[in-house]
Design a protein. Sequence first.
Length: 332
Amino acid sequence: MTGRVLVTGGAGYIGSILVDQLLERGFGVVVLDDLSTGHRQAVARGAGFVQGGVGNRELVETLLERERIEAIIHLAAFALVPESVAQPQKYVTNNVTAARVLLEAAGHAKVRRFVFSSSCAVYGHPATIPITEDTPLAPVNPYGETKRDFERLLAQFGPQHGLAVVSLRYFNAAGATAQRGEDHDPETHLIPNVLATALGKREALDVFGTDYPTTDGTAVRDYVHVADIAAAHVRALDVPLDGGAPAPIAVNLGTGAGRSVREVVDAARRVTGRAITTIERPRRPGDPPALVAAVGRAADVLHWRARQSSLEEILESAWRWHQGHPQGYRGG
């Protein structure tokens, strides 16, 4: 499709890179972001920008009508697992209740497509690796529960309102483009913390768990370049609508290959040429040994596969961005 797209959370890490790709494809793009975690400087000049929350019904309804929005890509959410455990109601209020307002406004405005930023956190601790989309949803923290609950809401709402729904279950987004990178406070993701250690911004990297049943005892994850993840959202807008909205579908976004924490650290030492000190810590409660995606459905439904997601490509791109932006977006 071409047309006008609303990107909620478009000032965030993945959202800002998605906005760049949509503009390159010729879409009209409007960003809605409350800037609670995003950065206004990250939004491309070619996109419209509205500061506000998805739970503001009057704002959202007016925006959809005024901008003649045809598709919504919804990335705005709180996404820190430890915070979700400490403040579960905060996560329900934002990730489900407020998002429902957006969804209802989409139905009222007769928006045709809704692409949802979901997460592999919906699977919890799956018994089988790689994880297919048919794996039972059994999240083990409130963050994952909110993603599951909103997926279920979409599955009910979409067919009732002629809304084509694609839920994209990300595995571990990482890397950067020349213009955009990862700038969170606090930063909880492994790769930016590894690189912060290489830059001397941290004295050492904490490695949580060295006794997992994996090849080297550290946890294994499926790392996907953020530009590949953004590209999958664009592909989701191309799912055919002939004959009306197709059934809601969920799609994993991963590479199908896992890398351990030790492998990431060793690769970062090679890429940066820096010593990276690590400190072994006990396992964190709730961390599964391995999370790796089955990727067949992404190929079949979206005609998508990760194209620049080798660990070296991810690290090299992130390293360039962090070197060029030592204070993140706050550095100008």
